[in-house]
Write a protein that binds this ligand. Structure first.
Ligand code: BGC
Length: 412
């Protein structure tokens, strides 16, 4: 079911929660360094169940009372920009509904995330929201969560090979790649290219992240007909996900790989037309490599994903061509609604969307995401293409970013 609607809210029972009430100024919170990971923050808001409704850039305010409930939020790392936003929005959302929250970042270290989740379980959380570093490595710790009857929402990245997760909330990940591929087709007018040929190189994401193959396949499936026809050429010959992947989505690794490609296949003056990058952290490295090691003076089309501030600045400055923006704030609204319904003893389905009042698209999908144990019911949001031409309309006018000295800064 696809929903884009503002409907009056029919809320079950005494649920009063606020989707969009991001302020929780009356709540107390403390921050401390975790043993080995990034910062861990704990909050106690039991006395401040939010019943206020604040209208924001998205969503219609709804209210629920989650006081007395504790939500454990496990994010992968602070080093990739978006997860800071996700962590902080998730905290804000659950706190605004009156829940206690405990937020961990695991420094992109798999063992650390296992420990962090063990600690959240030991701290008696009622619900876990987890964005996995390595989708294959959480089976054991999540089996413990299941034994303790703690429901787990797989956040943004699908957690594989565990029957402990109840739901998946993400964006349409395949669509992200399709949008990048279609953008290239449109920019180069590939359907009318005639005999003209263009050179493209691919940079994919972290093989440990289940999303990465969806992004890559979405882009590759869209562009493959043009590669097969010979309109698009890949001088490096690297067209498989395993050849193009970037461990940890790391900017420096993406830069090094692109420098090698440029040195090996482009130093003779071959023109690079497109660098298809799955996300912004990799696009940043690829842009650096092109600046330092590419001899040509044509403008290379560079794609990305997320709307990281450095990349938006590059888009404004004409160094990166586009990014696929995913409004993570909306992802956290969906997660709160879902989490609240689960904690309320419901079995959420597509009616969660129709009763939500969200003013953004969300699809309930029960076929696409099999995690190796079962198809996981998924709530999928819709990504948007952002270029220099629509940054103002899509990011600033919507309230997600504000302009500071000519560059977008995330509002959070
Ligand atoms: C997310 C992307 C992000 C990447 C690296 C993926 O799982 O869906 O938005 O760019 O991780 O952080």
């Amino acid at each position: 079911m696809k929903a884009k609607k503002l409907v009056s809210l029919a809320l079950a029972g005494a649920m009063v929660f606020s989707l969009g009430a991001c302020g929780s100024s009356s709540s107390s919170s403390s921050t401390a360094s975790s043993a080995a990971g990034d910062v861990v923050s704990k909050s106690d808001t039991t006395s401040t169940a939010a019943t206020t409704s604040t209208s924001t850039n998205s969503g219609t305010a709804i209210t629920a009372d989650l006081s007395g409930k504790k939500v454990g939020i496990s994010m992968p790392t602070k080093s990739l920009e978006r997860w800071n936003r996700d962590g902080s929005f998730l905290e804000q959302q659950f706190k605004s509904a009156g829940a206690d929250t405990e937020l961990t970042f695991s420094d992109n270290k798999i063992d650390q995330q296992v420990k962090d989740i063990e600690n959240l379980i030991a701290d008696n959380v009622d619900l876990l929201v987890v964005a996995a570093i390595d989708g294959e490595s959480l089976s054991n710790v999540l089996a413990d969560a299941k034994d303790m009857n703690i429901p787990v929402i797989s956040y943004d990245r699908l957690i594989m090979n565990t029957d402990a997760i109840s739901y998946y909330v993400s964006f349409d990940n395949y669509k992200v790649g399709q949008l990048q591929g279609q953008f290239v087709i449109d920019q180069l007018d590939l359907d009318n290219a005639g005999d003209k040929t263009y050179n493209i190189e691919f940079t994919a994401g972290d093989p440990a992240d289940n999303n990465a193959t969806y992004f890559f396949n979405g882009a590759m499936d869209t562009l493959k007909p043009y590669i097969d026809k010979g309109t698009l050429k890949v001088p490096s010959g690297q067209t498989s996900f395993s050849e193009c992947g970037t461990a940890s989505w790391d900017t420096t690794k993406a830069m090094n790989r692109m420098q090698n490609i440029l040195g090996s296949y482009y130093s003779d003056g071959t023109q690079l037309d497109v660098a298809l990058c799955s996300n912004d952290s990799t696009a940043l490295g690829v842009t650096q490599a092109i600046e330092s090691d590419y001899a040509g003076d044509n403008k290379v089309i560079i794609t990305g994903q997320d709307g990281d501030e450095a990349n938006l600045a590059n888009i404004i400055d004409g160094k990166q061509t586009m990014t696929v923006y995913k409004a993570v704030k909306n992802e956290t609204y969906v997660t709160l609604a879902l989490g609240a319904a689960i904690l309320n003893g419901e079995k959420p389905d597509e009616s969660l969307i129709s009763s939500s009042g969200w003013d953004f698209d969300c699809t309930y999908d029960t076929s696409s995401y099999n995690n190796g144990t079962a198809v996981i019911p998924s709530y999928l949001l819709t990504p948007t293409v952002v270029t220099k031409d629509n940054i103002q309309k899509e990011l600033v006018d919507t309230g997600y970013y504000k302009m500071e000295n000519g560059y977008p800064k995330a509002v959070g």
